[in-house]
Design a protein around this ligand. Sequence first.
Ligand code: ZN
Length: 399
Amino acid sequence: MPMRLYDTARKSVVPFEPGPVVRMYVCGITPYDSTHLGHAATYLTHDIVIRRLEDLGHTVEMVRNYTDIDDPLYAKAAAMGVGATELAESEIARFRGDMEALEMRPALAEPRVSTSIPEIVDAIEVLVKTDHTYQSDDGTVYFDVSTFERFGDLSGFTTDEMVALSRERGGTPDDPHQRHPLDFVLWKPSADGEHAWDTPWGPGRPGWHIECTAMVFTNLGTTIDLHGGGSDLVFPHHECEIAQSEAISGEPFARHWLHQGMVAYHGEKMSKSLGNLVFVSELVKQADPRSIRLAVLGHHYRAGFEWHDDEIGRGTDRLQRMVAAAGCLAGPDPAPYAEQMRAALDDDLDTPTALAVLDQFAGAILDPETGDHPGAAVTLAELAMIVGVDIHRPVRERA
Ligand SMILES: [Zn+2]
């Protein structure tokens, strides 16, 4: 049985059967604020996909970008009275620390917008030459969505829904220069104090979406096996990525789309504006990062979930049980546990069930009555590594 994953584009759980080398792109962060639990959940979900694919014998090449040229980054830097580059550098360093603490599989490349401008300009040039764009009097270059018939297919939203979401999520549907509210910015003149690069369309900087197309093409090729991110990226970001990428290459952009549901905190959407973000850099001071991993993975990725402060304690209980079992010399027959655990992951990444199986297995190993298979703890350790948990290290209480 192959791995099965929900594909946002096909709107159903389908077999995911890539070749020996799997090319994956996950949209990264805009480095203007710390990594919060919503980001962590997205990257943990993709980390489990990578680890299970590696367990199946694949090589995975994952690329994750940094949007270090972006409206909210400039706004935050101005509000703090620091340079945008300086803010981006410090937040990228913090993000890397968070990813390392959570023991994420490393990316093949982590391109930044600021160092990808030639590729971005090349991509826009192709779109200009093939009549997918128009330029306004102020110098902004827009993608003309009327030139791409399948616009909206990924999300399945109506035009009205897309316009409303665009307004909410950084789009410019009310820009009077646009021919259609869903047209989007590829290149625009920079405001005072923003970075600017010279191009055939005048000095300026890229819009939000084009970077990911350029970075995918440069680092992974024109068609990738899996593209992922948070579900708030389905529209407009990923819809725009598909339009510009397929307009350039004439080939399918991604064979599979994976999206992480949103994380709420004590009943409310976790958001910057509500000021209720739970930061990874704070959580890792309170508990062993493996406990955080186990707590987040106790929720299925697709539905989105509500986070409660006491969940780390439950993650720690699980971790302690597995670490204790790792030292046992015998246990039950490991084969049924291994089969059930892998089957759960292959069933649309059912991490809650996979962790429950690990839990039962650890409990059975700790029970002296359950068997005399000498390899039980070795198998438990192997299975725990598929969810990124090394059970040979003692549990760290607090930083
Ligand atoms: Zn992206």
